[in-house]
Design a protein around this ligand. Structure first.
Ligand code: XMP
Length: 516
């Protein structure tokens, strides 16, 4: 796919913002990929990029083990380069300039002033710009052939060498806190690299459909697991467009979905999207597997394993299946960079992990080049209802990780009712789309209350709403107090067995989004 498009290559030095750079580039209609900073040079040139962006990163160029480019990188450079933050410091020291550690890390807003004199990167941008900084080192001496194009106070903030087409900025043009960052990236892409912008959703669909037809051939059968979420639904719709009913979709009720989700979504798949879909209500099998398990990881394992068994048995009934469709997205595909350090598993995510291996099927992953927001755009182009496209993320193990402790049908039904009230109210007040994810949690404690003349001793519900861009970090949503009051009062008056509602005001970190 990438070879058919103009490509911008992003070399990742471990910045938390690297994916954001890629999204900003793609928003301008330019395809780009993220690769590790130490990708072999010949592999870089094979990709035939139109330009290269060096990302930021947590290291200091003066560290002994700082991530570096291949020493020959600059020797046969035929395309423009833009260094951002760490990328700028790297360019400076690699090409004979100098950097120094700042007295303290500069973090936050800054105002930049452009220098007089020619600049291609800041072409048509104002004299003064608000920018976002996050760095420890800064450039103190320019490499030969470079001139300073912007500064904040006496710190050099941007440099360029128009002869070698190398540009660098100390700030982060990719974040929203740099309001003109988009224009600066646009200058780099269109004016410096000379791309035309040939990456559009409609074209993506057309090419992907062709590709799917080609790899599946005229006779093979394909199976796809639907979850009711955006990714699997868009993946299924794309494959449906390519090969129609030779794709069989399987939608499993694991007994821990939301209120009426199985029935309603199944109907929508059949009636609105005309998918060839089999609905399997395996609730009882899942409840049996969950048994009295109360520990989060045990519950996740039980659900993951049961899902694989149920799905596999169902797929065998279809017969002659060679391919499995998965809605893998680009963030799952990007090779993580060693400078991140080793990451610890906080929670295992068992959705369909292990499925392809068990079933000996080859994978079709039509969304593996896309970010979530791009998937939504493609989904809209494919005519998928808004209701699915805007749906909050929902974990594979469903309500089982929102009922603390062991799972019973009665607890599931109670939480489904509570969750429905919360979702209905969010939608009614137009807060649903403003929130990245919201849900209710059933706590394993009872507390004392009073209702009429009676003392009650009932369950507690925690409401959680967060905002996030990718689920990796999150801030709790400041929902209006009157809104929370209404939801709380509806829950305690309409749901028997709940006499207390609390609101979770923990961000991630230190909390995670789900409670288990
Ligand atoms: P945490 O709780 O790890 O959640 O902060 C981050 C995001 O991932 C979702 N999540 C899951 N999704 N299977 C999934 O498909 C899982 O086992 C799982 N656990 C958490 C969570 O809803 C949030 O959006």
């Amino acid at each position: 796919m990438s070879s058919q498009h103009e490509l911008i290559l992003i070399l990742d030095f471990g910045s938390q913002y690297t994916q954001l750079i890629a999204r900003r580039v793609r928003e301008q209609g330019v395809y780009c990929e993220i690769h590790p900073f130490n990708k072999p040079l010949e592999k870089i040139w094979e990709l035939n990029p139109k330009g290269i962006i060096l990302s930021g990163g947590p290291s200091s160029v003066s560290d002994e083990d700082a991530p570096r480019l291949h020493p020959d990188f600059y020797d046969h450079l035929e395309v423009p380069v833009l260094g951002i933050c760490y990328g700028m410091q790297l360019i400076a020291v690699d090409l004979g300039g100098e950097t120094k550690p700042a007295h303290e890390r500069e973090y936050g807003h800054a105002q930049l002033r452009r220098q007089s004199g020619p600049t291609r990167l800041f072409n048509n941008l104002p004299e003064e710009l608000d920018v976002w900084m996050s760095h420890g080192d800064h450039v103190t001496e320019l490499p030969e052939g470079f001139h300073k194009t912007a500064s904040t106070g006496d710190v050099i903030t941007a440099i360029e060498n128009p002869d070698t087409n190398i540009y660098a900025v100390q700030f982060h043009p990719e974040v929203a806190h740099t309001p003109k960052g988009k224009d600066l990236l646009r200058n780099f892409l269109f004016y410096v690299c000379g791309v035309e912008g040939d990456w559009t959703p409609a074209q993506f669909i057309e090419e992907e459909v062709e590709k799917i037809r080609e790899i599946v051939g005229p006779n093979d059968r394909v199976v796809c697991g639907l979850s009711g979420g955006v990714d699997s639904t868009v993946a299924a719709a794309l494959v449906h467009k390519a090969i129609g009913d030779r794709q069989t979709c399987i939608f499993v009720n694991n007994g821990v979905l939301r209120y009426r989700e199985f029935e309603d979504t199944l109907r929508m798949y059949e009636k609105n999207m005309h998918l060839n879909v089999v609905g399997v209500d395996a609730s009882e099998t899942f409840y049996k597997a969950l048994g009295r398990k109360a520990l989060p990881e045990k519950k996740r394992m039980a659900i993951g394993k049961t899902f694989i068994d149920v799905f596999d048995a169902e797929a065998k009934k279809i017969g002659g299946v060679k391919w499995l469709v998965q809605g893998t997205l680009y963030p799952d595909v990007i090779e993580s960079v060693p400078v991140h350090g080793s990451s610890v598993t906080i929670k295992t995510h068992h959705n369909v992990g292990g499925l392809p291996e068990k079933m000996h099927l080859d994978l079709i992953e039509p969304l593996r080049e896309l970010f979530k927001d791009e998937v939504r755009v493609i989904g809209a182009d494919l005519g998928i209802p808004e209701e699915i496209l805007q749906r909050h993320p929902f974990p594979g193990p469903g309500l089982a990780v929102r009922i603390l402790g062991n799972i019973t049908k009665e607890k599931v039904e109670l939480l489904q009712q509570v969750d429905k009230i919360f979702m209905d109210e969010l939608k009614a007040e137009e807060l649903y789309n403003e929130t990245w994810q919201a849900f209710a949690v059933l706590l394993p404690i009872k507390s004392v209350g009073v209702m009429g003349d009676f003392r009650t001793y009932e369950r507690t519900i925690a409401l959680r709403a967060i905002n996030s861009t990718d689920g990796m970090t999150a801030d709790w949503t400041r929902l209006p107090l009157d809104f929370l009051a209404k939801v709380s009062s509806r829950i305690t008056s309409e749901i028997r067995g709940v006499n207390r509602v609390v609101y979770d005001i923990t961000s991630k970190p230190p909390g995670t989004i789900e409670w288990e």
